[in-house]
Structures are given as C-alpha cells and as structure tokens.
Design a protein around this ligand. Sequence first.
Ligand SMILES: [Mg+2]
Length: 358
Amino acid sequence: MPRVQGVTLSLRRLRVRGVFRIAYGSWREAETLYARVELSDGTVGWGEAAPAPRVTGEYPEAGLAAGRMAAGKLIGVDVERLGELLDRLTVLLRGYPAARAAIANALLDAYARLHGAPLCDLVGGCRGMGGSETLVTVSLGEPWEMAERASELVSRGFRMLKVKLGGPVGLDVERVRAVREAVGEGVVVTVDANQAWSHWDALRALEELEKLGVVLVEQPLPAHDLEALAKLSSVSPVPIAVDESVLTLRDLVALHRLGFRGYVNIKVSRVGGVDVAARMGIVARELGLETMTGCMLESSLAIAAALHASSVYKPSVLDLDAPLLLEEDPAGCRVYAEPPRLAEPRGPGVGCEPRLAV
Ligand SMILES: [Mg+2]
C-alpha cells in the first residue's frame, strides 16, 4: 500500500480587508499554515490551520518549526496505518494544535482521496452540516463604526452577526445598542467578548444584552476560569459559548463536570484537526451541550475541512466567515453556495484542489 512520501509545510501571510480587531489585538494580516502530504502512489492531500498564541497557544513560526520536525517522523509509514500516524502526531505535537491540525487534515485528505471517500466519512460519517448560514463578524470599534459595518453587511444579505466586544461593559452595551438600532429586530445578533470581562462585568452586561435581543454570548470570561464560566452559564439570561477555554477534550469534560451548560465553539485549528473536532462535537452532544463550528483568520481550505467536521456533529451555529474577511483566498475552495449560505461538504477528501504552491 502507499506510504507517506513527503510532508511539506509553509506559513503564509494573507491580507485582511481593513483591520480585524478584537478584545486583545488587531490584525491587518493573517498567518496561516498549509500542509501538503504526498503518498508514494502520487496521491496528494492538503491541510490548513492558523496558529495563534492567544487561541491555539502557538506562535506561527513555532507551529511551523514543530510541524516540520514532526512531519519528518511520518515519512515511509504505510498510510493504511492511519490511526497510528494520527496518534503519533498527537504525541509529537502536544501544545501545537494548529500544526497538528494542518498535517492531520492533509493526511486525512490524502487517505480519503486514495479511497475515493469524502473526508467526513473518515472522521465519523457525513450527516449534513446543520445550520447553513454563517455568522459574520463585526470587528471591535466605536459604536458608530460598528453600526455602519453591521448595516453594510445586512444590506449585502447577511442576517446573523457576531459582534466583537472588548470592554468596558458600558461601552460594550453601547456598541450592541448602536448595532441593534442600525439593523433592526429581524437580524440575529450574537456577541464575542474574547475573555474581556470579569464575572461582575459579565453579569451586568448579560442583563443589558438580553434586552437588546442578543441570543449568544461567546467567551465572556478569561479562558482558564472554567469554574466561573460554569457558574455564569447557569445564571445567565443569554446562552453562553466557550471558545478559548476548550483546547482539548479534557477541557470540555472538565467544564461539563463543573456544571457548564451552553455552547461549545469547535475550531479545527484550536483542537488539533478535523478528526479531533469531529470527536469533540460528538462528545459535546452526548454531554447535552450545544455545538457551534468556528474558525480562525484562515482561507477556504481550512473552512472546507471545518464543514466536513460539522457534517459529523451537525452544529446549531456556523461561524465560518474568515474567507470573507480576507483580501485574498489563495486556496480558492468553494465553501459558500452564496454568502452567507455555506456549501454542503463533498468529496473526494476535503473536496477541494487548492491552487497552492507549497
Ligand atoms: Mg471566539
């Protein structure tokens, strides 16, 4: 059977439309990691993931270096020993989830292509992806700027917004009020505080945000404070989602044990690959949690993989707008039927021949 013949990794900078600003930083460029796996019969697979210190815990250059070292340990292995290859990546790339995700996704893509199967079939079974419209991000800014941006998005057909917040709470409430006034009642408004609030801030904010019709509040508290997040989720008038708090399945189970209820935002880059994401989605559902699929600032190849993972656990919310926030999309995978509607994932593999030279 074919063996793993080559694994190539490269880091690319992608220009962002305008500036992407959230609670703890702003970006004019995104950095994303592409992996290309070649098998000895010529089959090629592709993967992408975006390393980010505040989310995946890795600096991009560190992810690239770690990924290259681990990649060398896969060469020559029979690809039919796929489970063993994935386990090896887990061990070698502990603490580098985006590096693992890029390589694991490429390996899975190659294996799925070899067998003519769609990627989702390989990681739990394709069941269709749940919600079909993506949220779209309104970057952090002055209330008037955010209202203007939200109106523009709604005029382009987007009906579900993710409004980035960052404190102080009074200003955050003004931001959401300005957005709500600009877009009217019919638009779905979710917010993401990206860890910016204290417990008391959060209690104050949530009460006001509920009055403004906000339906979901993501990562209101610092990532490490699982107990406070669990507590907040049981008293909040608005459902809570965790994002940065969940790097591993263990984090998810710990949150559940502490009594967390609400949504888990599953990001392929943050959890270490499409195989881990699919498993996490299934476990979350079995624990009675709601799931959503999110993304980093990454191109359409990563989004295509996220759609395949989603097809396994059918999240109720899709937050897969990154290619719409970029000036350029070097992968060129078709992931939207027509924005904001996402395309159904299809095979073989991840269903995309990216136009990349890696
Ligand atoms: Mg988030």
